[in-house]
Each structure stands twice: as C-alpha cells, then as structure tokens.
Design a protein around this ligand. Structure first.
Ligand code: BGC
Length: 768
C-alpha cells in the first residue's frame, strides 16, 4: 500500500522519471522539450506497465449496481472484482455516490500492482440529481450561457458524487423525430448544434479539469447515429459525404475545438462500415485531421456488436478492427480485456497502438487529478452540500423557463390573470412529478420533479380544480421496460368535462411520458399517445378556452390542436423544476422566449423534414403558371411544416426593419449586417434574432437557408435596438465532397427574422 502511494507521489511530482532514467526511451522523452509535464509522467508510467496492465486501462466495466444495456456474457460481479484486483480495468461506468466510488477505487488502488486509479464515467445527460430540461428542450432556449450553466451544475453534482466523466453532450444532428434520442441532442441544425456543443463541453469541463466541480465530457456518438434509417433505433445510416461534412460533423468538430476530453462512437454503421470500426472517421478525421488528443470510448458493447453487424468474424477480430480504427477504450464488451494481449503477442496488433490508447487514457486521469488523490471526488460532506443545493435548483429553474416555447396564443389567452379566475387543470400528466423528469435521469429520485399542478398551486389568487380525465399508462413505467398505454379506460372523462364546463379557463396537460423518448424509444406515430386526443376534443367541446401544455421529448404531429386549441405551450420534459417554470410562464412572470430547435411536421410521412433542405430542380413552392403536378410535393399534404425550425412566440410582438449590408465584399472580408428590432407589443420581452444565408450558386448545391447567426435580445416594451452580425469565411464557406472547406465568390441572400421562414431579405456578393 505504501509503495503504491509513493508511486502516486512520485508520478505526480515527476520525480519518477529520474528513477527510470536508465531506460533509453525514457531519456529521450525526458529530453523532449516539446512534451508537457503530463506527457512526461504518462510516458514514465507506461514504461513500467506490462502489456496486460496496459490493456486493462482500455477496459471499462459497468458497475454492479445499475445496468443501462444488455450485460455481456461473463460480465458477472465476481469476474469484475477479480479483474479490478488484477489491474485489468481502467474505468467503470454507472458507479455512483462517494461510497460506491471509494469502494471500487480502493480495490484498484490497494490491490492491483500499480494502483492506477479508475476513471468513473456516468450518463450525466441533463443533470445528475437536480435535473435540467432534457437537452432538446434546453436547445430551445438558444441561450448559450444558461446551457453552459446547466452543464456546470450537472458537473458539480456528479463530481461531488464521485463521478469524473460524463457521456455527454450528445451532439448528433437528427432530422427524424421518430428517433427517440432526439431528446438527447440539440435538434436539426449544425450551426446551433455546434454552438450548444461548445457551451456544454465548457460547462462540464470548466477551466480546470482537476477542480472538484468539473468532469470530463464526451462528444457522442461519432458519427451519423442521428441519421438512423427510418428513425429506427440502432439502424444503419447511409449518407453522402456532403451531408456528413456539412451537417453531421460540425458539432463534433466544435466539441473537439472546445477541448472535449473524449469521444464515443455510435452503434450504427455508416455507409456499410460500423462506426466502431471506422478508420476513416476515427483515424483519418478525428485523430489525424482534427488532431484530437483525448481518447475514444466505444458505445456499450459496440465492439462486440460488430460481429452481429456481420463485419467481424468473432470477438478477437472485432477487437482488432476497433483498436486499429482508433477506439481506445472498450465499454462492456470485454473484447479488449479478453483478446488484445493475444492479438499483440500474435503480431496481429502493433503494441504501439495499445500504447497510444493508454497514453490518451492516462493523460485524462492525470488531468483530473486522480493520481494526486484517487479519492479526491469522494468527499461525503461535499456530496451532501452540493447535490440539490438551492443555487442548483435556481439554475435549473432558470433554464427550464427559458426552454419553453409558445406555439400559439390566440386572443391573448395567455398570460393568465392572477386573480378571480376558476381554472380547470386537466390531463394525465398534470399532476405527474415523475414523467416531467424526462428520459436519462438515472441518478435522480423517482417522483422528485415539481408537477405542473404543484407549480400552479403556488399562485393562490385563482381557484384551481383538478381532474385527471384519464390515465396515460396502465402500468408503472420504468426506464428499461416497454410502456403500456391506456387506450380504453375513459371513466374519468365525465368528471373532467364537468369541471371544464364550470371553469373560465382550462389548462390541459398532455403529451408523451418521460420514458417515451430516449434510447430504444423510436415511434412510427407522432400523435398524442393513448386516449389523449379524444380527451382533448371532449374538453374543447365543453370549454373553448383551452391552454394546451405539452410534455414531450420530440416534435409531435399536432394538426388538430394547432387548428382548434387557442393557446399551445411546448413545455417538453423540463426536469426537477418543471411545475414552477410552467407556472411562471403561464402567469407571465416569465415572458416565453424559446424557439424550436427542430421542425414540427404536419405528418409523419413528411419526415425527414428540416428547414435547410435543397431547392431541387422543381421546388416546393411553384410559381403561378408552373406545371401543377410535376413538382416536388405531396398530393395529400402540404410540403411546409406545422411549425418551422426557429419558431416561437412571445407575449409581446417584435418588428424587424432596416436590414442592411454593403453590396459587395472580398472573399476574406468580414460581412457586416445590421437590423432594427422593435418591441411593439405590451410586454417587456426577449427575442432570438436569427440570421440565415443562402448561397445562390455553388459547386455543390447549397441549402435554401442556413442559420449562420443568432442573438438573444431583450427589449422593454416600446424599445428598439440595432442588432449587428458579422459573417466571415467560416460562415460563408462549406465542405465539398472531399471534405475540403471552400469559400466561393458569388451572390448570397441574407434573411433576418423571428424564425427560419424570415421574410426580411437583402443580398450581397463575394468577389474574388
Ligand atoms: C448509449 C450511450 C451511453 C451508454 C452508457 C449506451 O446504450 O448509447 O449513449 O452513454 O449506453 O450508458
């Protein structure tokens, strides 16, 4: 034990190097002035590791307490304990709480030969115990500071509970709301997605990874998982290089540039090659072109799954493919720990590849400060004070309010009057304090959210009448079981209808259950599940003053509601503070400012539907006189979405005018754009001013619109402001088929406004 502690001290002080200076290669490292001290320590440690110990660092096991996926064969606790003792484990996931983490650290530190501490990973997706809104909802805030703050709250709580590393942010762009994991990302747009990726990475990792309130982040799932065919989970993706480079990769690159410490590959194959074994993605792009210095972890058992894909003939072959492609750590397939040593000994895998992977892993462990003190994240007192603190609750309430999107508000039904009203609160999700937490909330307590009913009760000036109307589910839901929906029991309808009739206003809370989106939760229908549509129609018949509050983890198809219900509030799954956030918005104590980060379709048949589509040779908006059949459209549905990307209303109104840009610029010049924004309504408010460009003619056909700037602008009622944007080569160029970034001279249109349909337009040209 003493020997091991000494090793830690020596390593962390760099002294170890001299004691091994007889080794020639180490001397070379010592003399290499380009290496920083962490590299020196890593290299010195590497020289005393056996091949078995190195491979052990590349192995990650799930904890014995939680399971988020199918356990691999032989993944029993006894084998895992034994491997921990033998230095055959570098990381564990889903171990949590200072007691549990200390327990597993103690095994490796005290019982394995070198005592190299574990790095403890966990899916801290939208908070640890104090939950923020699901990531898709947070993206609707377009508020990068609030998003960063939310990630830093999550990091502080997780770190206080012994966690070193989160498997977030998920930066997969997706155009398919059938895919359940859209809840976990930032939506459909690479520009917004990149900005949010940066904010989240910075929020989790902070400025100092060794601080006790920061954790390493993961950009996942590299790459194209969000393009799973037909939105069916784990399905293959087939996309061309232009889409790959311009749509899929930019948020990953943004995360890398923000210093993200790890990448995770996806489960999917891309154009015939599983991304876990994809040398082009992991090697050529990530590690060479982008020069990524952190490490890559596989997704859960995804190395082994290459056998099932039909890409590897057996586990050993899968391990060989993965390590050669650039996967540094194996999550739960045991393929590295069982096969890699032999593969190296047999000459199938070069040990240099193992060394490279181990170097990457050890570097992050050093940066986290784990070699200084492997128990530094295991302070029960800190755990007690940090988790669930008042400050954290306030931060998640703040982002929850900002994530709400007002979709419709006819006759200014909202905000609600604070007194003298009789308000009916109806709907299966209205008093639910569990569903509001959303998917991916493994560490939070069940039922620890504030329900919408509870939030509304805090405004005591009105009379509230609650009637559920119907159950959404027939059984208690869990994260790992299929949900069972109530499709028959309408026994509660009558009471709810009576209450609706006797009220001034009805707040109807409907939507998806919190476990209905997330991993493994693909849907073919995007309507309100169960008997909610029928309930809504009956309530509307009884009282037309309905405010529909939606809880959901993905865009839904809401045609009937959108036509009939006068007010619609998109409240997603907002986490712990849901009820307070919704109540503050409904009562006007927070004027909604959220904007959709993903298109809401009119019909599932329109999917994939997204704003930055191509014009085609026969565009969707034909001009008078054009042929009325042979153009790009559907014969049974409009081509336009129900709610476009970037859409969201406020209680006040904004006017855009005076959009200005000079006529022409040189290719490398900054293009300055300005617009006048006025608050013309009756409330102070905040607007997300959005700037889109269209490159009219290019070597690779460009989308009809691309978001290239946005700003959150707060205006008092009656106030006006000039909003300035600047566009550089970075915004005006694009990637060609080879993945080369080019900026072409030519004509551009600029649109500035309140959503992706903005009509205020001007033009400029770029000259050679
Ligand atoms: C998911 C990952 C997650 C991992 C660990 C997998 O099923 O795809 O995103 O980080 O499990 O829980």
């Amino acid at each position: 034990m003493r020997k091991k502690l000494l090793l830690f001290l020596l390593l962390s002080s760099g002294i170890l190097l001299s004691s091994f200076s007889i080794k020639k290669d180490l001397k070379m490292i010592n003399n290499d002035s380009t290496k920083d001290s962490t590299d020196v320590k890593v290299d010195s440690l590497l020289t005393i590791m056996t091949l078995e110990e190195k491979v052990g660092q590349m192995n990650q096991y799930n904890g014995f307490w939680d399971v988020t996926g199918p356990s691999p064969e032989g993944g029993n606790a006894e084998k895992k304990y034994d491997d921990l003792r033998k230095g055959r484990v570098g990381s564990m996931l889903t171990v949590r709480g200072t007691d549990q983490v200390r327990a597993v650290q103690k095994i490796v530190v005290e019982e394995s030969r070198l005592g190299i501490p574990l790095i403890i990973g966990f899916d801290v997706i939208h908070g640890y115990k104090t939950l923020s809104p699901i990531p898709l909802a947070e993206a609707a805030s377009w508020d990068l500071e609030a998003i960063k703050k939310s990630a830093s709250v999550a990091a502080a709580e997780a770190a206080a509970s012994g966690i070193n590393w989160t498997f977030a942010p998920m930066v997969d762009i997706s155009r398919d709301p059938r895919w359940g994991r859209v809840m976990e990302g930032a939506g459909e747009d690479p520009f917004l997605g990149s900005a949010i990726a940066r904010a989240r990475v910075r929020g989790f990792q902070g400025d100092d990874l060794s601080a006790v309130n920061t954790i390493a982040a993961t950009a996942k799932h590299f790459a194209a998982y969000g393009f799973a065919e037909a939105g069916r989970e784990y399905n293959k993706a087939d996309i061309g290089t232009v889409t790959l480079h311009n749509i899929v990769l930019p948020p990953f690159k943004a995360a890398e540039e923000a210093g993200v410490k790890t990448f995770m590959n996806g489960f999917n194959e891309l154009n015939g090659i599983p991304v876990t074994g994809n040398e082009f993605l992991l090697g050529d792009i990530l590690k060479e072109k982008w020069n990524f210095e952190g490490f890559v972890i596989s997704d859960w058992a995804s190395i082994g799954e290459m056998v099932t894909h039909g890409y590897a003939k057996d586990m050993a072959h899968a391990a060989e493919i993965a390590v050669k492609a650039g996967v540094d750590m194996d999550m739960e397939s045991s393929s590295y720990v069982d096969e890699l040593v032999e593969l190296v000994k047999a000459g199938h895998v070069d040990e240099a590849l193992v060394d490279d992977a181990v170097r990457r892993i050890l570097r992050v462990k050093f940066e986290l400060g784990l070699f200084d003190d492997p128990y530094k994240y295991c302070d029960p007192e800190r755990e007690e004070t940090v988790i669930g603190s008042k400050e954290n609750q306030e931060a998640v309430l703040d982002i929850a309010k900002k994530s709400i999107v007002l979709l419709k508000n006819e006759n200014n039904l909202l905000p609600l009057k604070k007194t003298g009203q009789r308000i009916a609160v109806i709907g299966p999700l209205a008093d639910d304090n569990n569903s509001v937490l959303g998917s991916w909330r493994i560490a939070s307590e069940d039922n620890s959210g504030i329900s919408i009913l509870e939030g509304l009760k805090q405004y005591s000036g009105n009379e509230l009448l609650f009637e559920k109307g119907a159950e959404l589910l027939t059984k208690k839901p869990t994260f790992i079981n299929e949900l069972e929906f109530n499709t028959t029991d309408k026994s509660g309808f009558e009471k709810a209808i009576t209450v609706a009739k006797n009220s001034d206003v009805v707040i109807l809370v409907l939507g998806e259950h919190g476990f209905q989106s997330g991993e493994g939760r693909s849907r073919t229908a995007l309507d309100l599940p169960g008997i909610q549509q029928e309930l809504m129609e009956k309530i509307y018949e009884a009282n037309k003053n309905v405010i529909l509050v939606l809880n959901n983890g993905r865009p839904l198809v809401l045609n009937w509601a959108s036509e009939n219900i006068p007010a619609i509030v998109e409240a997603w799954h907002l986490g712990t503070q849901t009820g307070n956030a919704v109540a503050q918005v409904l009562y006007g104590d927070y004027n909604p400012s959220g904007k959709l980060p993903m298109t809401f379709p009119r019909s599932v048949g329109q999917i994939p539907i997204y704003y930055n589509h191509k014009n085609t040779g026969r565009p969707v908006d034909p001009q008078p006189g054009d042929n009325m059949v042979f153009w790009s459209h559907y014969i049974d549905e409009e081509s336009s979405p129900l709610y476009p990307f970037g859409f969201g209303l406020s209680y006040t109104s904004f006017n855009y005018s005076n959009l200005k840009v000079e006529n022409s610029f040189a290719v490398n010049e900054e293009v300055k754009v300005s617009v006048e924004l006025s608050n013309t309504g009756d409330y102070d408010g905040k607007e997300v001013v959005q700037l889109y460009i269209r490159d009219l003619f290019a070597k690779v056909v460009r989308p009809v619109r691309e978001l290239k700037g946005f700003q959150l602008v707060e205006l008092k009622k009656g106030e006006s402001k000039t909003v300035n944007f600047s566009l550089t080569e970075k915004e005006l160029g694009y990637y060609d088929q080879n993945g080369d970034f080019i900026v072409e001279p030519g004509d551009f249109e600029i649109f500035v406004g309140t959503n992706s349909n903005a009509s205020l337009k001007t033009t400029f040209s770029l000259q050679q």
